[in-house]
Design a protein. Structure first.
Length: 228
């Protein structure tokens, strides 16, 4: 079960101190933070995610998190930190505004990067793990819907790993399993701006489409194998 936001914030720094965040790598330069360009054309995810949705999601919402983060950290100790350090430090300090903007910048960079080079099916190592933990791809899809349905309001559904084990959980707002030291493998944004134009309120269809039609599972498998 996912931690509450309060408990996740309280434990974030000690849980992940000294550990690198999961690949794909996130920009480490100090402020001003910048949004990396999309690793694909805005219309490359159609028909599952429209160019309109991708453009709004990346250019308005993700960029908005970056802009607000830069505004919040200007003139503070955070301004000399990497993104990962800001997330840890703000989590330790209970500085919710900075934590949420930094975490959402990280989350969105991760979200878009997982589509690069996709879609592709999972390879034998990850498929074996999915079979073990969820009873196969159909079982995974079923648990994915359950996990996403358990998020009240805004948040994310995350596939994460700890050792060889896999975990599929919904987390509120900007939180993720990094708060308890797990490796992120896949993340699906459940905020309405991620799907509302293309799926109305059909969140189940959206999360199934992302996992089965868009994600580069070969890259996810390599992260799982590497443990990074």
């Amino acid at each position: 079960m996912a931690l509450t936001r309060r408990s996740a914030l309280a434990g974030f720094g000690c849980a992940v101190a000294g550990a690198a965040l999961a690949r794909p790598s996130i920009a480490r330069a100090a402020t001003p933070f910048t949004r990396p360009p999309l690793p694909f054309a805005e219309d490359a995810l159609e028909p599952h995610l429209s160019a309109r949705t991708v453009a709004l999601h990346a250019n308005v919402f993700h960029q908005g998190y970056v802009d607000r983060l830069n505004l919040l950290v200007e003139g503070t100790a955070y301004a000399d930190m990497s993104l990962e350090e800001v997330i840890r430090a703000a989590g330790d300090a209970g500085d919710l505004a900075v934590y949420e903007m930094a975490a959402e910048h990280y989350n969105h960079t991760f979200y878009f990067a997982q589509f690069a080079g996709g879609p592709s099916p999972p390879g034998p190592v990850l498929e074996e793990a999915i079979n073990r933990e969820f009873g196969g791809l159909d079982g995974f899809a079923h648990e994915l819907v359950i996990a996403s349905s358990g998020v009240f309001g805004t948040g994310w559904v995350w596939l994460s790993a700890e050792g060889e084990g896999l975990y599929l959980e919904g987390w509120p707002d900007a939180d993720s399993p990094h708060a308890i030291g797990r490796q992120l493998l896949m993340g699906i944004d459940l905020w309405e701006h991620a799907y509302i134009f293309d799926y109305d309120a059909r969140v189940e269809d959206y999360v199934r489409a992302v996992a089965s039609q868009l994600v580069n599972w070969a890259a996810i498998e390599q992260r799982y194998i590497d443990g990074e």
